[in-house]
Design a protein around this ligand. Sequence first.
Ligand SMILES: C[S@@+](CC[C@H](N)C(=O)[O-])C[C@H]1O[C@@H](n2cnc3c(N)ncnc32)[C@H](O)[C@@H]1O
Length: 463
Amino acid sequence: MVLSAGKAGQPLKRQETSTHAQPSNQKPGLATRQAATRLLGAVIDRAISLDGLLEPENGNATYRALPPADQSLVRAILLTALRNLPVLDAAIDAMVDRKLPDGARSLRHILIVAATQILFLDIPDRAAVDLAVEQTHADPRSRRFANLANAVLRRLSREGQAVLEQVKDQAAGGPPWLVDMLQSHYGKEHARRILDAHRFAPPLDLTVKSDAAGWAERLGGIVVATGSVRLPAAHGAIPELEGFDEGAWWVQDAAASIPARLFGDIEGLAVADLCAAPGGKTAQLAAGGGKVTAFDLSANRLRRLGENMDRLGLKVETIVGDFRKTAGNRTFDAVLLDTPCSSTGTIRRHPDVPWTKSAEDVAKLASLQADLLDAAIGLVKSGGKLVFANCSLDPSEGETLMKACLAKRDDVELVAVDPTDWPGLEEAITKEGFFRTTPAMMQGDTPETSGLDGFFAAILRRR
Ligand SMILES: C[S@@+](CC[C@H](N)C(=O)[O-])C[C@H]1O[C@@H](n2cnc3c(N)ncnc32)[C@H](O)[C@@H]1O
């Protein structure tokens, strides 16, 4: 099986070369579509995270039972479907005279999986239609809609490009909690560009230990404004790229590389990375010469951090547990607090987030972050710096929270980020001196080489 550029500009295309054994009484490819449909329903209707469902060891059993090539197809269908859900829903609605009945959730998921293949993936339409109809027959909740499914999908196959044109205004959409938040904080136009960026797989960004220009040339990439090396979204397997084995670089979105850089020179300083795993920022801090202590609640994630540091040849101290308890009375010259968050800045790579998170989740996370920030300030030496960061686009996890902290505490002051230190990223520095990136910034020639994750970061100095 091969995945490459697809129908409607999406970077996924499958040539049907896989010959995996199927039960003799089942159409080839049916189990794959059934798994994709089931997992799509789990994300949309039950808010279950896609990463969890696709997890190799503990993920969904139906998915794990598939051969690797079919797992890749399920993953491609789901990522593409979730990135384009507003358009797919609108395209399906445009094919029916009356709205699909509310009780037909299962049918809708079957139609979305098929429409994804027809409109965005290079899979023969006929196979997509036949398998979807077969699925409706096999599913007691959808069986009575088999003729409807057949008619809708055949028409979509005939009129696909015209339908896409007709519903293209829906492309920059999403669930109301997300769209409302983006529009009210960023304004309609910037929100539309963020939502539009969410439709595309992000490029692969690498943070290099040194010689970014040399590595960009060797790997066929470019150096972007953060100093990261950027490769297009369609790249080879990461461990096979030159420099991986020797630990010359690590994968890290350009925006995620900003917080650790905000400390400036940390050579020889005592540095705490309080929410460290899997360690992208820990690696930057250690490579910059800091004496780093990496804290993390999760022993598993901290183990991964250890493996990452081993590959990169970097040494850090690791401490498992809640840093609010494990740090004791220690203090540090530099403290990085990269908090757990709603991850709304990473929707390009986690397109399930709009459907698995809610405004209530954001509020709970913002409250946890405020608590973590209060505790983290206590670990900074007088005159030392704290960088607070996370990958949320929601101001309640960033700007609002930081302003409330500054208003409440007189033992810290804001160190405003200086836009002249960040050529090419001036638009990401707010009037207050916070860093605020969104996927609509740092535009390149194509969507697949553009954007960066949504991140908030601010620097505080302890008085
Ligand atoms: C956003 S991730 C950190 C990503 C990491 N900084 C990086 O760049 O690779 C948040 C991490 O915080 C950890 N965490 C959450 N609450 C924590 C706490 N109270 N103490 C220590 N770690 C915590 C989670 O286990 C998770 O690994």
